[in-house]
Design a binder for this molecule. Structure first.
Ligand SMILES: CC(C)(COP(=O)(O)OP(=O)(O)OC[C@H]1O[C@@H](n2cnc3c(N)ncnc32)[C@H](O)[C@@H]1OP(=O)(O)O)[C@@H](O)C(=O)NCCC(=O)NCCS
Length: 240
């Protein structure tokens, strides 16, 4: 049989849970993988530069090895089986655990396993809260989190910047969420950080300061607002 070569523009092979746990080779000899218990302090130290920390429930989930559990379970199946697994988790687990199960904490580690980059993508807490305010049952509100995810924090150690680590972290997270059928990833930053060019290059649409966006296109009856000094960035799944 002839050697199999990847066609130009072909879709990458589907990801498995094992791949996300073990990771991928990253830029500059790093490895990009799911955060482990020993990474949490270093991840928080880096995230401090982005003005955030790991959410307590997500930190606990990393410590017990259950972060991203719902996402990882979903990678082995179809979008439909992912949705079913997620709804079952939402019905049977408390809300913080459910939210950690659909969150993806990734780190970039150097060859000595030192954490040099971190990206925490989480369930869209603001949207879930709004759904609860609109009278949705908790498990129904949580289903917003199988369509939308939020870039909670991204940071790279000063000594490791400019080598594409942040871009690689964002790309890997997108690959996971896209495979699972998510419709949009979004986040925001303070305008003074001036990260518009960076997020645009990473495939995101950067909105004007103070501009939010509607979720009506995906039948969610509320949107995301931005403060006057806040820039929101979005990446929508392409229609097939
Ligand atoms: C923003 C940050 C995560 C980028 O990390 P990084 O690994 O250096 O980013 P990359 O190497 O993937 O950068 C990709 C490109 O964006 C550019 N870029 C990075 N940070 C930038 C910034 N603050 N302003 C403008 N451009 C920037 C890089 O120069 C690079 O450009 P190039 O491809 O033309 O060389 C890092 O600077 C950081 O940790 N900053 C402090 C925390 C922070 O602001 N986090 C984001 C909050 S939402």
């Amino acid at each position: 049989m002839g050697k199999r070569t990847a066609r130009k523009g072909a879709r990458p092979a589907p990801l498995s849970a094992g791949r996300v746990r073990a990771g991928w080779p990253g830029p500059a000899g790093t490895r990009i993988r799911l955060a482990r218990v020993r990474d949490t302090d270093a991840a928080d130290t880096l995230l401090d530069m982005a003005g955030v920390r790991l959410m307590p429930a997500l930190r606990s989930a990393i410590e017990t090895g259950t972060s991203a559990s719902v996402l990882l379970a979903g990678l082995g199946g179809t979008t439909k089986t992912f949705f079913e697994t997620a709804v079952l988790a939402f019905i049977t687990q408390p809300m913080p655990e459910s939210m950690s199960g659909i969150s993806l904490p990734l780190v970039a580690v150097a060859q000595d396993e030192k954490v040099v980059g971190v990206l925490a993508v989480t369930a869209p807490g603001t949207i879930i809260e709004k759904a609860l305010e609109h009278g949705y049952e908790p498990h129904r509100a949580l289903t917003m989190g199988v369509a939308v995810a939020k870039v909670h924090g991204l940071a790279v150690a000063e000594t490791a910047r400019g080598q594409g680590l942040a871009a690689a972290l964002l790309n890997r997270s997108w690959q996971v969420y896209e495979q699972l059928g998510f419709l949009v990833l979004y986040g925001s930053y303070d305008t003074e950080r001036d990260l518009g060019a960076f997020y645009s290059r990473c495939g995101y649409t950067v909105l004007d300061p103070g501009q939010g966006f509607s979720l009506a296109p995906i039948d969610i009856p509320f949107g995301i607002h931005a403060g006057p000094n806040e820039c929101v960035f979005t990446r929508w799944r392409r229609r097939r």
